[in-house]
Design a protein around this ligand. Structure first.
Ligand code: TYD
Length: 206
């Protein structure tokens, strides 16, 4: 059986990931191909519990290393329980955030550097996305779209943190040009959708 495609969507908070995830899912459904949509941190009962611990606004004292390990633990369970079995079963998987989020937020945002990639390589093993869309939007604009009282512990971080995260994403885009596709997320939803679906079609033809 042919393995499904593993597609991830990345970018700052409020950059319009959810809308495009719906469009991608719809695209596969119209083709009559099985697809599952999932998210990080989360995607399994255990991972959703870990998500609650990570994002709890009261956990102000959480150490950056603890945070990194919790994201990686949540991811390891998600890969083992959901992502890998689905791909092996021939289903496509569309995931809202994945390993690049940890490298951008914990590696660059928190300043932990290379250890984040090493920890996560162990968590995901060979389960790496085939294609990653990076929604590029000024992090300040993204943040202004989220109400203050709805911001989680990470979204509450200051502007400098979110700037470093964005720089991290840009570095990743340069480092993995074959996998990561930068998308100008400041445009109309329809234009973004067209560009994303064209890239997926190209990959399917290969
Ligand atoms: P997300 O689910 O995208 O937030 P929301 O549902 O509120 O839009 O992600 C939650 C937060 O976790 C987000 O600010 C990004 C952050 N994050 C990391 O810092 N590292 C990671 O590895 C992941 C997956 C997310």
């Amino acid at each position: 059986m042919r393995r499904g495609l593993f597609i991830t969507i990345e970018g700052p908070d409020g950059s319009g990931k959810s809308t495009q995830i719906q469009e991608i899912t719809e695209f596969f459904r119209k083709r009559g191909e099985p697809v599952i949509v999932t998210r990080e941190p989360g995607g399994t009962p255990i991972s959703e519990k870990i998500r609650e611990i990570i994002l709890d606004r009261n956990h102000r004292e959480m150490d950056p290393v603890t945070e990194t390990l919790l994201y990686a633990a949540s991811r390891a369970q998600h890969v083992a329980e959901v992502i890998r079995p689905a791909l092996e079963d021939g289903s496509h998987v569309v995931c809202d955030r994945f390993i690049d989020s940890s490298i951008a937020y914990q590696g660059y945002g928190r300043g932990l550097g290379d250890c984040v990639s090493i920890i996560n390589a162990y968590a995901v093993r060979d389960c790496v996305p085939d294609l990653t869309f990076l929604m590029k939007l000024d992090p300040g604009i993204g943040k202004s779209r989220i109400k203050k009282e709805e911001q989680d512990r990470i979204e509450m971080e200051n502007a400098e943190f979110h700037e470093r995260v964005f720089q991290g994403y840009e570095e990743l885009e340069l480092q993995f040009p074959d996998r990561i596709v930068g998308i100008d997320a400041g445009r109309e939803v329809e234009a973004i959708r067209e560009e994303i679906l064209q890239r997926i079609e190209r990959l399917l033809q290969r």
